[in-house]
Design a binder for this molecule. Structure first.
Ligand code: CUA
Length: 346
């Protein structure tokens, strides 16, 4: 680095808003630190013990107490309101944001683009476009941190967390893990590459493979009877292909949906053993007990791993868990497939 600077580069829309709050807090803290130190030194010299006279007792001063309570209260409320305002803007991710999937694992970041490209400890994004990160962890808690974008978000096993940002300047920015996660935590970092849109499009095109993936033919699905499903449960190694680079994520999710025999019960025909998943994402689901919940990504994930947790009204708790048979990337792919299901045809 050629010149010393107190702050990392500002390279996303929220960078300057976050810095403004930080600078305000720095000035307030600096002012009061100096004030307290100066008064302490001044008063201890002025009122030092000069003779044996006992000091006068003081029994309070209402005005003074109101002032030194009121001013800090106001200042901290300003920090609270201002911080909340910026935070709420930051967590409100525009609906048209480009979604990218992040899986943290001791000690690496696995990045998956919907179009197919996969990256390791690198994240390539276009400049000036809203990005939504859907993040989870394969093991312990990590934290995705890009100082130049002024954002940091916990990446937690067992659930999805979301973060949005919009890069404003092409360049290469440091990416860190900001949560101590084991011996190689300090090495769990990488780079975010922000490219102009046309370069990004080229990058994307060069990382998409022409390879077609084949999903199980319909005939095989039709013959899957309940007995074969029970059988496959006792065989731990289901034919769950690992996520590959270059193939659209939804297509890989669809393949898993067939290979794992999800399709046998969620076949979208009347009388099927499992609920129809067409248009499920974002809709309201009425559960067995009458409770209503919104079908978001976390709900779909939970239903794959702990199917008996929330049973859809009118259905029985027949579904086996897929815990241990699919990794977080494969679950993300299946969730992505289900999110995009509107007119499922076998
Ligand atoms: Cu992952 Cu620290």
């Amino acid at each position: 680095m050629s010149s010393f600077s107190f702050f990392p580069e500002q390279a996303a829309t929220f960078s300057s808003s976050v810095d403004a709050i930080y600078i305000f807090m720095l000035w307030v803290s600096g002012f009061f630190t100096l004030l307290v130190v100066a008064l302490t030194v001044f008063l201890s010299i002025k009122y030092r013990k000069k003779d044996d006279r006992a000091p006068e007792a003081i029994h309070g001063n209402l005005l003074l107490e109101l002032i030194w309570t009121g001013i800090p209260l106001l200042l901290t409320l300003v920090m609270f309101a201002w911080g909340t305002f910026v935070y709420v803007k930051q967590v409100h991710i525009p609906a048209d944001a480009k979604e990218i999937f992040v899986v943290g694992k001791q000690w690496m970041w696995k990045i998956q683009h919907g179009e197919g490209p996969r990256e390791m400890n690198e994240l390539t994004v276009p400049v000036g476009k809203s990005i939504k990160l859907t993040m989870t962890s394969e093991d312990v808690i990590h934290s995705f941190y890009v100082p130049a974008f002024r954002f940091k978000a916990d990446v937690v096993p067992g659930k999805y967390t979301f973060m949005g940002f919009k890069a404003t300047k092409p360049g290469k920015y440091h990416l860190f893990c900001a949560e101590y996660c084991g011996t190689e935590h300090s090495k769990m970092g990488g780079w975010v590459h922000v490219l102009p849109q046309d370069e990004f499009d080229k990058w994307l095109a060069s990382h998409v493979s022409d390879e077609k993936i084949t999903t199980a033919p319909t005939a095989a699905v039709a013959t899957a009877s309940p007995s074969t499903i029970v059988e496959s449960q006792s065989t731990p190694a289901l034919a769950a292909a690992p996520i590959v680079a270059g193939v659209p994520f939804v297509a890989q999710g669809k393949k898993l949906f067939h290979d794992l025999k999800c399709i046998s019960c969620h076949s979208a025909v009347s009388g099927a053993m499992g609920p129809n998943l067409n248009g499920l994402f974002g809709s309201e689901v009425t559960l067995d007990g009458g409770q209503k919940i919104k079908a978001d990504a976390n709900y779909i994930r939970e239903s794959i791993l702990s199917p008996n947790e929330k049973i859809t009204g009118g259905y029985q708790a027949l579904m086996p868990t897929y815990k241990g048979q699919v990794n977080e990337e494969q679950i993300l792919a299946v969730v992505e497939y289900i999110k995009n299901l509107t007119d499922q045809k076998n």
